[in-house]
Each structure stands twice: as C-alpha cells, then as structure tokens.
Design a protein around this ligand. Structure first.
Ligand SMILES: Cc1ncc(COP(=O)(O)O)c(C=O)c1O
Length: 377
C-alpha cells in the first residue's frame, strides 16, 4: 500500500479532490517541468533540431514500458479522438459487418465508428448495460462472425464497470475481428499488458489517470498495423526529417514503426517534458501498487456509503480506482451544491455519484465527503 502522496502535489488541505476521472492534477514535478519548458521556448535559440526528436523518444519509452510494448509501437497524439480516428482510417466496416461499442460509451470512441459505418455500409452495434454489471459476459455474447471491430474501454467511464480485455481480445481473434481500446480512464491506474491483450490499437489521453498535461496522449499500434495510413501528412513523420537542410527533398517513406502516425508538431516543447515528468512519477509508484491502493480506498468508501443506504457495483466488477455510488432514488436535492460548498469534488451523473480518488487523497478528504453526505441524507 502506498501512503498518501499529497506532499507531491499542490493541493490545499481544505480541498477534497475525488474527481481524477474528470481531470488528474499535475504532480509538482510535472508542473515544474512545464514552467521550465515555457522558459525554454522563450529562449528559442536553445532549441536545437535534435530536440525535435529526443524528448518524444523518452516519452514513447516511458509510455511503452507501462503497457508491455516498445517505443517502436507508440505514436504521439493530441487526444483520444485522434487515436481512434487513426484506427478507424485503417480498419474496414463493410455491409453486413459490425463494430461493437458499449452503451453510453464516451463519444471520442464512438463518432469515428459511426462515421466509418456510414461511409462503408457496416453497422455500429451497442452492447446494452448488463443488469448484473458483468460487461465482459455481455460483450462475449455479442461477438460473432459478423463482428469486424470492437471499440472498447478497459473500464466504463461513468462508473468504472470493468471489462476483461484479455478474454475479449482472445475471442475477437477467434472471429478475426480487430480490437481498439480507449484506455483514457484506466491507463496509469489499472495495469494492462499489450502482450496479453493483443489489441490492434490502444489510445490514452494523459490528462486523467496519467496525471499528465491536457492535449497530449499516446497511441499504441500493433506491429502488424504499423504500415497503415496516417490521417495527416506532416513533414516530421517522413523519413530523413532529422536533416532540416533537406526537407524539400520530399520523401515518400516514413519514420520507423508507429511514428508515421505522430501528430504534426509532435515535438510539443511545452507539453512533452510535462508528460515525461508525470510518466516518471507513475513509474516510481508502480501501476499495480496504485491500483491496489486505490482499490483499498474505494472499498472503504463503498463500505461507509453502504451504511448510509448507498449502493455500488460488486468489487470484482468494477475497477479499483472508480466508484459509482447510487442513491435509493435520485441524487438528493442540493447535494452537488453542498459538496462544492464544502470543497468536496466528485462528479454527479444521473442517479450516480462518481468518486475517483488518487494517491493525493487523505483519510481527512474521505471524512469530509461523509460529513456532507451524512448531513444531506
Ligand atoms: C473514456 C474517455 N475517453 C476519452 C476522453 C477524452 O477524450 P479526448 O481526448 O478525445 O478529448 C474522456 C474524457 O472524459 C473519457 O472519459
């Protein structure tokens, strides 16, 4: 178990921030890296052509090491939607074939599939939310010979409902379907291994559980997909782009591996150092250790909430870093306002309250949450 790491963040004592699924706060080291990066851009003469390549390689290495991949497999992307668009540009969905998504899936992993279906004549099929919370069983039941693509998360963004991607991946390979994962709500807090899951593509924005900057993300592309088509044609993804004197000797070949899918201006001097510092921090703690610690935290919150009549999904069916608490009826009148007044930050969605802690939380944060809940219920 990792003790509270509050000292590594700039979070005032009177803030009970339980909303990492909305926006992960930057660790102090990442903020300092960002300030240093802004200063460096002001001294433009210090930025060398070599710098356009070196830091992104460090970022790729660090991200790859989190998911059991290599730097060759990683592209730099600005958003989850961009990574999903790359996947959709390289997969087919002809008439009679299906792309599976979950009910109420996050839009960044839906619209590209709707667009592909419209263009190619296939169909997007939504897996309904299972009554008993067992998404894995429902997904396995939905997969058949018509399935061409499954576009899934590792856990549902609304309440952490868990999907066993190893089992789903194995079944998809049996029917010859592709697996595209949006791991934005799990990467950094829930272990995943590309060698075990074997997806075709996996994308994660860094601004939530990777505690990284906004507008920065990573796309894993399976080795067999690395000869695909990028969605934009930028100079730096082309072969030989390191030689600035010869950029107009236009070349048709690409940088090796998944780098062909890098977004334009991938060097991103302002944000790359921030992402690197955040990834280093996640590695220092260890993803499995983060998950175990947050699981203990959310289990304790669920047990206390149970005494107030609130219910949560079975622990085995939700990711440890997420808790969706349901009230007997609707969310009580005025609760979101009272929480905000007490500087307790959660997300309230429909009948459920989404509580997503991280290592910066303390026992006192949780006591504050229950003070407000106790007063309202
Ligand atoms: C599951 C999931 N994917 C992706 C995102 C962010 O998407 P994008 O990077 O396209 O803005 C969110 C934000 O809430 C999310 O919950």
């Amino acid at each position: 178990m990792i003790p509270s790491q509050r000292h590594l963040f700039d979070i005032p004592d009177d803030i009970a921030y339980l909303n990492c699924a909305y926006m992960g706060p930057l660790p102090r080291a990442a903020r300092e890296a960002g300030e240093e990066a802004a200063g460096r851009k002001a001294r433009a003469w210090e930025i060398t052509p070599r710098d356009f390549f070196t830091e992104t390689e460090t970022a790729r290495d660090l991200f790859a090491a989190l998911i059991g991949a290599t730097a060759e497999d990683i592209a730099i992307v600005p958003a989850a939607s961009y990574g999903v668009a790359v996947a959709a540009a390289n997969l087919r969905l002809p008439p009679g074939r299906r792309a599976l998504v979950l009910a109420h899936q996050f839009p960044s992993n839906l619209f590209s599939w709707q667009d592909l279906a419209e263009r190619e004549g296939g169909e997007v099929v939504t897996v309904a939310r299972p009554e008993d919370g067992d998404w894995t069983r429902s997904i396995l039941q939905a997969i058949d010979e018509r399935t061409a693509i499954a576009a899934l998360p590792n856990c549902h963004w609304t309440d952490g409902g868990l999907i066993d991607l190893v089992r789903v991946g194995a079944r998809l390979r049996e029917v010859g379907a592709a697996l595209v994962i949006d791991a934005t709500q799990s990467l950094g807090a829930l272990p995943i291994d590309m060698r075990a899951v074997q997806p075709d593509f996996l994308v994660a924005a860094t601004y939530k559980w990777l505690l990284g900057p906004y507008s920065y993300g990573f796309l894993y592309v399976a080795p067999g997909r690395q000869d695909g088509r990028p969605i934009e044609q930028n100079w730096i993804a082309r072969g030989g782009s390191e030689d600035f004197a010869r950029l107009v000797d236009y070349r048709a070949d690409f940088q090796p591996g998944a780098r062909r899918f890098d977004v334009g201006e991938k060097a991103n001097f302002g944000l790359t150092p921030v992402a690197i510092a955040s990834l280093r921090q996640i590695h220092d703690w260890g993803v499995a250790e983060i998950q175990a610690t947050l699981r203990r935290r959310t289990d304790a919150i669920a047990a206390r909430a149970h005494n107030l009549g609130l219910t949560a999904a079975r622990a085995s069916l939700r990711a440890g870093h997420f808790l969706g608490l349901r009230f007997p009826g609707a969310v009580p009148e005025g609760l979101p306002e009272k929480l905000a007044q007490a500087r307790v930050y959660v997300s309230v969605r429909g009948p459920a309250m989404r509580i997503t802690p991280h290592l910066y939380n303390t026992d006192a944060d949780i006591d504050r949450l229950f003070e407000v809940l106790g007063a309202v219920l």
